[in-house]
Design a protein around this ligand. Structure first.
Ligand code: FES
Length: 337
């Protein structure tokens, strides 16, 4: 019997290679569990060890509080199997079994078709779609560091039926990944796996509010396109913040969409030239207040994407002002290189 883990509540047994992180083993097996940063920083991939010996990378221990650790919680993205068998429970993560089964997810090598700079702080990496590629708007993929086996998560900014897979990537000067990506040229091969994630748009007729901070516009773009194309006329409002206009990716496209669809409102906001200390999240919160009353927020659903602090600030603001928390969906990124 091969070394491996059994993942509850689904009961699937998954082989684990020596030295392999548990999340990698699960994804390699074509399965899906919720995860985010992939390097022990966000806590999304938490699971409880039911039996066996699983060791958490000491560098990431502080992400979980002492009580969680005592209760046997680990982060799947940064832990390894020490015994030959273990059982872990991903608990009530709200995922459905078809998501866990990784329906439609691939782990493959594909080709770079273009490397664009849609905004000052961003790359747009265009890839040839892998075979049987079918992301839902809002999902993300992982890219392997060229020449290595470290993975990073990136939002898919294109639609499933698009002739390219467009990944929005924040530039982190001097970062390991940034340097590797800087060297990519059309025709190069890269390894991708995915799509993953449950940050997707609901098919309800509620008004929709999308708020993106910087590169957070990535997953929101296909969600907005899908919503507008569905032909429903419930109001759709997009608030996007950046440092300056060159930071606002897809700005021209959203301006054109706002002209075409009466029920779509686009608020591009920049922090340059604003009173020092006022952050993008504050501007976004003001824009929401100008546009929505407690009554309209109570009837809306909201999708937030951006850095941790941005998403936290907006989520608090929206809930305090009337949005029901079950109609709030958020996708956040932590700084990584
Ligand atoms: Fe594991 Fe972020 S802590 S995905």
């Amino acid at each position: 019997r091969l070394r491996g883990i059994t993942v509850h509540p689904f009961g699937a047994r998954i082989p684990v290679e020596p030295g392999e992180r548990l999340l990698d083993a699960i994804l390699r097996a074509g399965r899906y569990v919720p995860f985010g940063c992939n390097h022990g920083g966000c806590g999304t991939c938490v699971a409880t060890v039911v039996s066996g010996d699983v060791e958490q990378d000491p560098a990431t221990l502080t992400t979980l509080d002492a009580r969680s650790r005592e209760e046997g919680r680990v982060l799947l993205c940064s832990s390894q199997l020490r015994s030959s068998d273990a059982e872990v429970d991903v608990g009530d993560t709200g995922i459905v079994e078809s998501e866990f089964a990784g329906a439609g997810s691939v782990d493959t090598t594909t080709t770079v078709t273009d490397v664009l700079r849609p905004a000052a702080g961003l790359f747009l990496l265009r890839l040839r779609p892998p075979e049987s590629w079918a992301p839902r708007p809002g999902q993300f993929v992982q890219l392997a560091l060229p020449g290595g086996d470290a993975w990073r998560s990136y939002s898919v900014a294109s639609r499933a039926e698009s002739s390219t897979v467009d990944l929005v990537i924040r530039r982190v000067e001097g970062g390991v990944f940034n340097t590797a990506l800087d060297g990519l040229r059309p025709g190069d091969d890269v390894r991708v796996r995915g799509p993953f994630g449950a940050f997707t748009v609901r098919t309800s007729h509620r008004a929709k509010l999308f708020v993106g901070g910087g590169a957070g516009i990535g997953p929101l773009r296909p969600m907005i396109l899908q919503t507008l194309e569905r032909g429903d006329d419930a109001p759709v409002h997009l608030v996007h913040t950046g440092r300056d206009e060159s930071d606002l990716a897809f700005r021209e496209e959203f301006i054109a969409l706002a002209e075409k669809f009466d029920h779509f409102t686009y608020d591009p906001l920049v922090t340059v030239g604003v009173t020092p200390g006022v952050r993008g999240a504050d501007l976004a919160a003001d824009a929401v207040d100008q546009h929505h009353s407690a009554r309209t927020l109570r009837r809306s659903e909201a999708y937030l994407c951006g850095p941790d602090a941005f998403v936290d600030r907006l989520a608090d603001h929206l809930i305090t002002n009337g949005l029901r928390d079950r109609y709030l969906a958020a996708d956040r990124f932590t700084a990584s290189s």
